[in-house]
Design a protein around this ligand. Structure first.
Ligand SMILES: NC(=O)c1ccc[n+]([C@@H]2O[C@H](COP(=O)([O-])OP(=O)(O)OC[C@H]3O[C@@H](n4cnc5c(N)ncnc54)[C@H](OP(=O)(O)O)[C@@H]3O)[C@@H](O)[C@H]2O)c1
Length: 492
C-alpha cells in the first residue's frame, strides 16, 4: 500500500475506556514515530454530546510521550489534537451516519482518495447496527482504487459458537473478510510474537516440543484489577468469554501449533486453526469457576464481585476460571494444558510455563533427587522475560546438584521502548497485514472449545465458588491441579 495516502481513523465508541486508554494513544504513538501519513484524521463517534474541543481535552488526558521527548512532545501533542474531531450520533440512527459522512467530507482533503479505518470500540451487541449504518451511508469503499476501507472489531466476538457465526455472517454482508480485522491485542504483545521465533528459529526447542519431552503446560493470567468500572460489560460476558476464549486460547495455539508452511498470514492462520480444532471441548469436571469476595487492600475495603455497582446481587458470572484442556493430536496426546484466568489477584502476571520431563537415564541418582525438572517460562507481562530452569552442579568438591535460571529479562537486555500491542496492531491494519488478527476459522474453533461449558452454565446456573481477594483462587482449584499433576498454588 501507499503509506502517503490520506487516512481517516473513525473510532466508534470513542468516549469509552478502550478508545481513550489504548486506541487513541496508540495512534498518537504511531504519529510520534512518523508512521502515519501526512494527511490523517482521528474522528470519534458516539452518543456522547462532545464538541471537538471537549473530545480533544479527553484525548489529551491519556496521551503519553514515550517516543517524543521534551519540547518535541508538546509540539506533537498539539499537532495531533488538531487532527481529532468528534461526531455525536446514535449507533442505530441512519441520520447519524449521514452526519458522519458529511463531516468526513468536510475535514478530509478534497479530491484525494481517502482510506478509512473504522474501529469498533463499542460493546459487541452494537457491531451489526454500526456495520449496517456505515454501509447504508455509503461510507465503505469497495477497494476500486478510490480508497480502501477496513474495519477493526474488538473481542469478545460473539457469546458462543452460534452467535459468533451469526456475527461473522452478518458483518460479511457489509465487509469482506479481507476488510475485517478481528483484534485480540495479546497477539500484538512482544512476547506472544516471540513464541514463534523461540520455537522455530532455535534448533534447541522444536525437537523437544512434544509429549515425549514435555509433561505439562500452563497458561496463567492473573490481574489485581477487579471490575474497574466495567460491570455492565463484564457481568454479561464473564472471564471465560473475556479472557479464556481469546487471549489464553491464542497463546495455546501459538505455543502448540504445528510449524506453519511459511510466515504468511494464510499459513499461520491455518496452523493455528488446525491446532484449535484438535483441542477437546473444556469439560465441566475439569473446570473450576470462582467469584472474588470482598476484602481489604492496605486500609481500603474492596467490594466483592456481587457488591459491585451494576452487578446483580445473585450474579453467577465467574471472575476466575481454571480448566484443563487436552489436545488430540500426535504431538500433544497425554499432555495436560492448565489454563487459569483470575481477577482480584495479589499481582498481575501472565505467563506460559512449559514443564519438561526428567531425563530417561537417572545418572545422578540421589544428587538430583527432589530437584524439579527443566521448565521454560515465557513471561508475557509485566517485565517481559524468557527463563529456563536448568539443573547444574553446585560449585565445590562434592557432586551436588542445584537448580539455576538462564534468564533473559527484556528490560535489562534491550534499551529500546517495547511497543504497546495496539501500536503494532494498528500499524498492521494500516499496512493491510492480517497475520496478527483472528481469521473466521480460528474464531469458530476457539468458540467450540468453550461453548459446551458456557451453555451448561447457562442451563443450570449456580454461584461460582467464592475466593479471597488477593488469594490464589477458589479452594477447589487445588484438587483440580493435583488431579492433573500441576503444582498448587502455581508458581510465578
Ligand atoms: N476496555 C478494555 O480494556 C478492553 C480490552 C479489550 C477489549 N475491549 C472491548 O472493546 C470494546 C469497547 O470496550 P470499552 O471498555 O471501551 O467499553 P465501554 O467503555 O463500556 O463502551 C465504549 C463506548 O461504547 C458506547 N456504547 C454503545 N452502546 C453502549 C452500551 N450499550 N453500553 C455502554 N456503552 C455503549 C459508549 O459511548 P457513547 O455513550 O458515547 O455512545 C461507550 O463510551 C468492547 O467490545 C470490549 O469488549 C475492551
Amino acid at each position: 500500500m501507499n503509506t502517503s495516502e490520506p487516512i481517516t481513523f473513525v473510532i466508534l465508541g470513542a468516549s469509552g475506556d478502550l478508545a481513550r486508554r489504548k486506541v487513541i494513544p496508540a495512534f498518537f504513538a504511531l504519529y510520534c514515530q512518523d508512521k502515519l501519513p501526512p494527511e490523517f484524521r482521528v474522528v470519534g463517534f458516539g452518543r456522547s454530546e462532545l464538541t471537538d474541543e471537549a473530545f480533544r481535552q479527553r484525548v489529551m488526558e491519556h496521551l503519553a510521550c514515550r517516543y517524543s521527548l521534551g519540547p518535541d512532545c508538546a509540539r506533537r501533542e498539539a499537532e495531533y489534537l488538531a487532527r481529532c474531531f468528534f461526531v455525536t450520533g446514535s449507533y442505530d440512527s441512519r441520520d447519524a451516519y449521514l452526519d458522519l459522512y458529511t463531516r468526513l467530507r468536510e475535514i478530509e482533503p478534497p479530491g484525494a482518495a481517502v482510506n478509512r479505518v473504522f474501529y469498533m470500540a463499542i460493546p459487541p451487541d452494537a457491531f451489526l447496527d454500526v456495520s449496517h449504518g456505515l454501509g447504508d451511508a455509503a461510507l465503505i469503499a469497495c477497494d476500486d482504487g478510490g480508497g480502501w476501507t477496513r474495519v477493526v472489531v474488538e473481542k469478545p466476538f460473539g457469546r458462543d459458537r452460534a452467535s459468533s457465526d451469526a456475527l461473522v455472517r452478518g458483518m460479511s454482508q457489509i465487509f469482506s473478510e479481507a476488510q475485517t480485522y478481528r483484534i485480540d491485542h495479546y497477539l500484538g504483545k512482544e512476547l506472544v510474537q516471540d513464541l514463534m521465533v523461540l520455537r522455530f528459529a532455535n534448533a534447541v526447542f522444536e525437537p523437544l516440543w512434544n509429549a515425549r519431552h514435555i509433561e505439562r503446560v500452563s497458561v496463567l493470567w492473573r490481574e489485581t484489577d477487579t471490575l474497574a468500572g466495567r460491570a455492565g460489560y463484564f457481568d454479561r460476558y464473564g472471564i471465560l468469554r473475556d479472557v479464556v476464549q481469546n487471549h489464553l486460547l491464542q497463546i495455546v495455539a501459538l505455543a502448540a501449533m504445528e510449524p506453519p508452511s511459511g510466515l504468511n498470514p494464510v499459513a499461520v492462520h491455518a496452523a493455528k486453526a488446525q491446532l484449535l480444532r484438535s483441542i477437546q471441548p473444556l469439560a465441566e469436571d475439569d473446570l473450576v469457576l470462582g467469584q472474588y469476595a470482598g476484602g481489604t487492600r492496605g486500609n481500603l475495603r474492596v467490594a466483592g464481585y456481587r457488591e459491585e455497582a451494576g452487578v446483580p446481587a445473585d450474579s453467577c458470572t465467574p471472575t476466575f476460571a481454571a480448566g484443563v484442556l487436552t489436545i488430540d493430536n500426535e504431538r500433544w496426546r497425554g499432555v495436560p494444558f492448565f489454563l487459569l484466568a483470575g481477577k482480584g489477584a495479589a499481582r498481575s502476571v501472565n505467563e506460559l510455563r512449559i514443564q519438561f520431563r526428567r531425563p530417561a537415564a537417572d545418572l545422578f541418582g540421589t544428587a538430583a533427587a527432589g530437584l524439579p525438572a527443566n521448565e521454560l517460562v515465557v513471561r508475557i507481562q509485566p517485565d517481559e522475560a524468557i527463563g529456563l530452569r536448568v539443573l547444574n552442579k553446585t560449585p565445590g568438591l562434592a557432586m551436588k546438584l542445584q537448580t539455576g535460571d538462564l534468564n533473559l529479562s527484556y528490560s535489562e537486555a534491550y534499551p529500546q521502548v517495547v511497543p504497546e500491542a495496539y501500536e503494532r496492531l494498528l500499524l498492521d491494519v494500516i499496512a493491510g497485514e492480517h497475520g496478527l488478527f483472528i481469521c473466521a476459522d480460528e474464531l469458530a474453533a476457539s468458540w467450540d472449545v468453550v461453548t459446551p461449558v458456557l451453555h451448561a452454565m447457562e442451563e443450570s446456573p449456580h454461584p461460582p465458588e467464592a475466593y479471597a481477594l488477593g488469594g490464589d483462587g477458589p479452594a477447589s482449584t487445588a484438587a483440580l491441579a493435583a488431579r492433573w499433576g500441576f503444582p498448587w498454588p502455581p508458581p510465578g
